[in-house]
Ligand binder design. Sequence first.
Ligand SMILES: NC(=O)c1ccc[n+]([C@@H]2O[C@H](COP(=O)([O-])OP(=O)(O)OC[C@H]3O[C@@H](n4cnc5c(N)ncnc54)[C@H](OP(=O)(O)O)[C@@H]3O)[C@@H](O)[C@H]2O)c1
Length: 229
Amino acid sequence: MTGKTAIIIGASRGIGLALAGELAGRGWQVTATARGDAPELASLAAASNGGITLATVDIDDVASCVALDTALTGKAFDLVFVNAGTYGPAHQSVDTVTAAEMGALMMTNAIAPIRLAKRLLPRVKPGGTIALMSSILGSVALNDMGTTALYRASKAGLNIIARGFFVEQIKPLGLTLLNLHPGWVKTDMGGPQAPVEIADSVRGLADVLEALRDGGHHYRDYQGNALPW
Ligand SMILES: NC(=O)c1ccc[n+]([C@@H]2O[C@H](COP(=O)([O-])OP(=O)(O)OC[C@H]3O[C@@H](n4cnc5c(N)ncnc54)[C@H](OP(=O)(O)O)[C@@H]3O)[C@@H](O)[C@H]2O)c1
């Protein structure tokens, strides 16, 4: 697919960085964001023959989101992909988590992605897609253990807020909303024991993004499998 345009939010490292490279390799024109120094992304962009351009945003910071939108004046996208996310406190304990820890986790993983997607919605082209990086750990139906409770809550929160956003604002425009699970991937977050290589994850995600454009709201993994909410 060539001539398509995408913005990937949270592309400094890990899955977001590799997805920027994957889409650019497929001929997409990619705008890739970081919130601070991002040497790997800068190198990727420098080697991309103009296929990747850089922008800045911290999704938790409203002023930063406003500045990004201003910097994008005149631009429109076939794909807005909010990939940025965090694991939250390592202890993942309902018993000990503080309000500040939980607030920060919910802001980054559940609230800020939707808030930024809403801000960028007018920039999505007809027939386009908004993608949000969820996780299989956000599935209530598939949860059979108490571990990673806080992270699970944040991604379940993302999923349910996304549904309301879809019904009220995305579906009437005929756009597609995807809540995606990248697999358990070898990144800083996924750790070295993760079974899925970054390259395999982003190849699968890009296949799903290019194929699933039916105006629906879907929860899919990187292999295209539908996940139960
Ligand atoms: N790895 C897995 O196995 C796995 C599984 C399921 C879902 N996911 C999800 O996939 C996404 C990417 O994960 P990853 O494994 O690539 O994680 P990662 O290596 O830890 O990268 C996280 C990315 O999110 C960015 N980010 C975090 N908070 C941000 C903020 N407030 N504003 C802007 N950018 C922010 C980071 O930027 P900085 O470099 O500035 O920190 C970085 O680019 C996340 O949403 C994660 O929850 C990952």
